[in-house]
Design a binder for this molecule. Sequence first.
Ligand SMILES: CC(C)(COP(=O)(O)OP(=O)(O)OC[C@H]1O[C@@H](n2cnc3c(N)ncnc32)[C@H](O)[C@@H]1OP(=O)(O)O)[C@@H](O)C(=O)NCCC(=O)NCCS
Length: 128
Amino acid sequence: MTETLPPLEQLTLRMIAMPRDTNPGGDIFGGWLISLMDLAGGTVAIHHSNGRVVLAAIDRMSFLRPVFVGDEVSCYAHIIKTGTTSMQVSVEAWVRRPKDGDTHKVTEGHFTFVAIDDVRKPRKFQKH
Ligand SMILES: CC(C)(COP(=O)(O)OP(=O)(O)OC[C@H]1O[C@@H](n2cnc3c(N)ncnc32)[C@H](O)[C@@H]1OP(=O)(O)O)[C@@H](O)C(=O)NCCC(=O)NCCS
């Protein structure tokens, strides 16, 4: 079943897709979307672990629909699994099209962050 509504309580980041974020074909770069998702997931991981994190892996990344200039892009993120020093964060990006206000899920992926200390070694964090 197609999802038509995003999970509002997990809203982490919102941006407008700009002309500078396009490829030569005029569509928004996938890499730009991944960087937004990285920021959104990283924000959740920083809050969860109370400190610095690095991105270790991206799994199950899917691009479901295109993003166009002027679309409002919202990232929704929540923790799905925690280990000793790592956290797996589910991140979805949704767009709201300015012309008609329609909303669509455009990407989804699982981002693994590792909490690190001052010398970049994996750091244990308290489980919430
Ligand atoms: C991520 C990093 C800190 C892991 O360091 P490491 O010494 O290999 O750590 P370990 O093998 O002890 O693993 C630490 C944790 O990370 C997890 N992990 C490490 N690599 C992983 C991977 N590729 N995918 C999923 N989890 C991973 C381990 O499962 C472990 O989790 P746990 O403590 O919850 O059980 C290190 O590889 C690193 O600094 N990578 C570069 C990160 C970076 O620069 N990111 C930005 C990229 S643009």
